[in-house]
Design a protein around this ligand. Structure first.
Ligand code: PRP
Length: 218
């Protein structure tokens, strides 16, 4: 592939963005433009390294990568699972560690044990379906919400929720608890399937450099 081709990274906005940029800095991939405060720019370029970066909403990162608008992306495993895109997941970056869990008040424990037809509120309907229908063989009604999922059992919208638990403080402060664990989560690097072939050398070098700095931190 031409030496002049830019490699483009799609990074998820929010919680993972800062740690992602720190990990890249440690392997010499920097983007000074991106650090400018209050910038309204959407795409940032490192001319010397022939790299481009853009920040997107987390759930859109796998979409950009599948269609090749970005060669690589960094996003949470929750989003990788929920979006189900045709992309390669190549590396667990070891940060953004949390768990996908079924949560609710203690009183909801029995509904899970006896496989009752309950309502499950979540931002992750695919993950919830795969878990309840595919793994547990429990028929439930899934209700899609867009945030503050912990509200649902408190106000009586659902018996339980499927949501991310990091420190557990949102649950504790709202009288809820983890009832079942669905899967562990962390930040993952994803790659476009064609880019992986066409830019194999550059991409595998980035992956192996990142593996080294991840190893050092453990
Ligand atoms: C996430 C998640 C929980 C909370 C868990 O929400 O949905 O609400 O963080 O973190 P904790 O265990 O450390 O309390 P987020 O803040 O991303 O916002 P959202 O509610 O709008 O999804």
């Amino acid at each position: 592939m031409s030496e002049d081709r830019y490699l483009t990274f799609a990074l998820g906005k929010g919680r993972l963005a800062k740690q992602t940029l720190e990990a890249f800095e440690r392997i010499g991939i920097t983007c000074e433009e991106m650090k400018e405060k209050d910038t309204r720019k959407l795409i940032f370029v490192n001319e010397k390294l022939k790299l481009k970066f853009f920040l997107a909403k987390g759930p859109d990162v796998p979409t950009y990568v599948e269609y090749g608008a970005a060669d690589l992306g960094v996003v949470g495993k929750d989003t990788v699972l929920e979006e189900g895109r045709n992309i390669y997941e190549v590396l667990d970056l070891g940060f953004g560690v949390c768990k996908m869990c079924v949560c609710g008040p203690k009183s909801a424990e029995e509904y899970l044990k006896s496989h009752e037809l309950i309502r499950v509120a979540t931002k992750y309907p695919k993950i919830a379906k795969d878990y309840f229908f595919g793994k547990k063989h429990q028929t439930v009604e899934i209700i899609k919400l867009n945030g503050s999922i912990e509200l649902a059992p408190i106000v009586g919208l659902s018996e339980v929720i499927v949501d991310i638990v990091e420190t557990g403080s949102t649950l504790r402060e709202n009288g809820l608890m983890v009832l079942e664990e669905v899967c562990p989560l962390s930040a993952r690097m994803v790659v476009n399937q064609v880019s992986m072939k066409m830019e194999h050398e550059r991409i595998t070098r980035i992956i192996s450099d990142l593996k080294l700095v991840i190893g050092e931190r453990k």
